[in-house]
Design a protein around this ligand. Structure first.
Ligand code: PRP
Ligand code: GLN
Ligand code: SF4
Ligand code: MG
Length: 511
């Protein structure tokens, strides 16, 4: 794909972050909403670092827009925020999947339709984008980019098949879009006086609802069990409502309420949130929340399906210890995403946990590594061994995933050179073998180290004593262990691990 060259050195490129906020009827027209969105976008920075943008409105069709390439902290200045006054708004952090990483594809997308302005922020990727593109173009609509998110924006301007009697029927338009393209998206859609939060019928991408605390309420920034069960209690007092890709975006003055359900269309107005409709997955298809959100993408403090991501990662580590035990002196992780799984492995195996590697946090995920040599140098820059825990020790090293193998290979060498007696690699997810067509850029078949037949030999050659992965069954078990879902039969997408695609394959395969 055209935009794969600039991707980060290690791991999977993330997805996108979406955020929306709307004040209640008492809300003043100032930049407070923009600042709440700004905080949310900063908290969602890990999901997309290529470009970002925000659109606000005072309640009419003249939307204020600011977008740019780069990080949230660089794109938004005091000056740009001062131009973003309003009583509601939406924002986005982008990792490109369907069109180049350029300013023209930065989100949210805004169009001016016959029925007023419309802004859309999208996380995901349309599996049938090529087909939908043809349909939209055939209706006489011109598109200005190759972005599937622009396509969604224009598809929402189409009059639904049953027509409209009294002006635009936005829920019907959204429903129509969901029928035309059931996978994959979490959307925030802003009109002049409302925001719609929409999750695709498979529930492939995350999206959650929160509230802006009433100024009279305390601002304790914690998630408690009863928040899930006492939703109505929480909805009673609020100064406004927020939606975000992950609950980690709700901080201090905003608070998590609940997840948007798969297929749910929620309408947020100054009077509060209201479920308009829930669209079911197509006949014979199962729900397919991305299992990699748990493994790697999400912040450990985010909540999905009623459970904290950290806790699921601990379960993965426990399960890994059950599946692949080995005698050793110390269990450690490749920081950061491997930390929780190492904790779980240590708990289950009763082998003490300790830090093996110090991470230089200044070598960020944004560094551009055009060649393999530079990628590997970056790993050496990123981690230093903690000799006290490494020298003369039999080590179990846990990481959450292996993608290109750029992290684990040099680390094995590093630990060996630093005097480790044994190095046992344990990976808290199964080997990644297949592409993702739902909003994640997975490296090409050849780049994916799990597809190199001799990878295990390579790892052993550079000094590992053993290398084992969590099984698919084990991962699913760890993820589903604590979920209590009475509504619908729960399931997760594991396509990049199994090749079993929840909604079939796209019309144009590219890998
Ligand atoms: O096999 P590779 O291509 O090297 O990719 C795998 C590594 O990339 C990710 O870490 P990353 O450094 O992106 O972020 P983290 O700090 O969240 O672990 C992941 O956690 C693995 O450590
Ligand atoms: N990673 C994403 O969710 C990307 C959204 C959208 N497909 C884009 O390329 O802008
Ligand atoms: S293929 Fe993998 S990364 Fe893509 S949605 Fe499914 S589980 Fe997530
Ligand atoms: Mg890592």
């Amino acid at each position: 794909m055209e935009n794969k060259m600039n991707k980060e050195a290690t791991g999977l490129t993330h997805e996108c972050g979406v955020f929306g906020a709307i004040g209640n009827e008492k809300w003043e027209n100032n930049t407070e909403i923009a600042q709440i969105i700004l905080i949310g976008l900063q908290a969602l920075q890990h999901r997309g670092q290529e470009s970002t943008g925000m659109v606000t409105s005072v309640g009419n069709n003249e939307f204020n827009i600011h977008k740019g390439m780069g990080l949230v902290k660089n794109v938004f200045t005091n000056e740009s925020i001062s131009q973003l006054s309003g009583i509601m708004g939406i924002g986005h952090t982008r990792y490109s999947t369907s069109a180049k990483s350029t300013a023209v594809n930065a989100q949210p997308f805004v169009v001016h339709s016959m029925h007023g302005s419309l802004a859309v922020a999208h996380n995901g990727e349309l599996v049938n984008a090529a087909e939908l593109r043809k349909q939209v173009l055939a209706r006489g609509v011109g598109l200005s980019t190759h972005s599937d998110s622009e396509l969604i924006t224009q598809a929402l301007c189409l009059i639904p098949p049953d027509g409209e009697v009294n002006g635009p029927d936005w829920p019907a338009r959204i429903r129509h879009l969901m029928q035309l393209a059931p996978l994959s998206y979490s959307l925030v859609i802003m009109l002049k006086d409302r925001i719609y939060a929409v999750r695709d019928p498979y529930g492939n991408r995350p999206l959650c609802l929160g509230k802006i605390l009433a100024s009279t309420q305390d601002t304790v920034n914690t998630f408690t069990e009863d928040m899930i069960n006492r939703v109505t209690e929480h909805e009673k007092e609020a100064d406004g409502w927020v939606v975000a890709s992950e609950s980690c975006a709700f901080m201090k003055i905003t608070r998590y309420i609940r997840e948007i359900r798969p297929g749910e269309i929620v309408e947020l107005t100054k009077n509060g949130p209201r479920t308009v409709e829930i669209i079911l997955t197509p006949e014979g298809k199962k729900l397919a929340f991305c299992i990699f959100e748990y493994v790697y993408f999400a912040r450990p403090t985010s909540i999905f399906e009623g459970q904290e991501v950290y806790n699921v990662r601990v379960h993965c580590g426990r399960q890994l210890a059950l599946e692949h035990p080995v005698d050793a002196d110390i269990v450690g992780s490749v920081p950061e995403s491997g930390n929780a799984a190492a904790h779980g492995y240590s708990l289950e195996s009763k082998i003490p946990q300790g830090e093996l590697l110090a991470k230089n946090t200044y070598v960020g995920r944004t560094f551009i590594q055009p060649t393999n040599r530079l990628r590997q140098m970056n790993v050496a820059l990123k981690f230093s061994p903690i000799l006290t825990n490494v020298k003369g020790k039999r080590i179990i090293l846990i990481d959450d995933s292996i993608v290109r193998g750029n992290t684990v290979g040099p680390i094995i060498k590093l630990l060996r050179k630093s005097g480790a007696k044994e190095v046992h690699i344990r990976i808290a997810s199964p080997p990644l073998k297949y592409p993702c067509y739902m909003g994640i850029n997975i490296p090409t078949r050849d780049e994916l180290i799990a597809n190199a037949k001799d990878f295990e030999d390579i790892a052993l050659k550079v000094g590992a004593d053993s290398l084992q992965y969590l099984s698919v069954k084990g991962l699913v078990r760890a993820v589903q262990k604590d979920i209590s879902n009475n509504d619908r039969e729960l399931d997760h997408c594991t396509a990049c691990l199994t090749g079993d695609y929840p909604g079939g394959l796209p019309d144009k395969l590219d890998w």
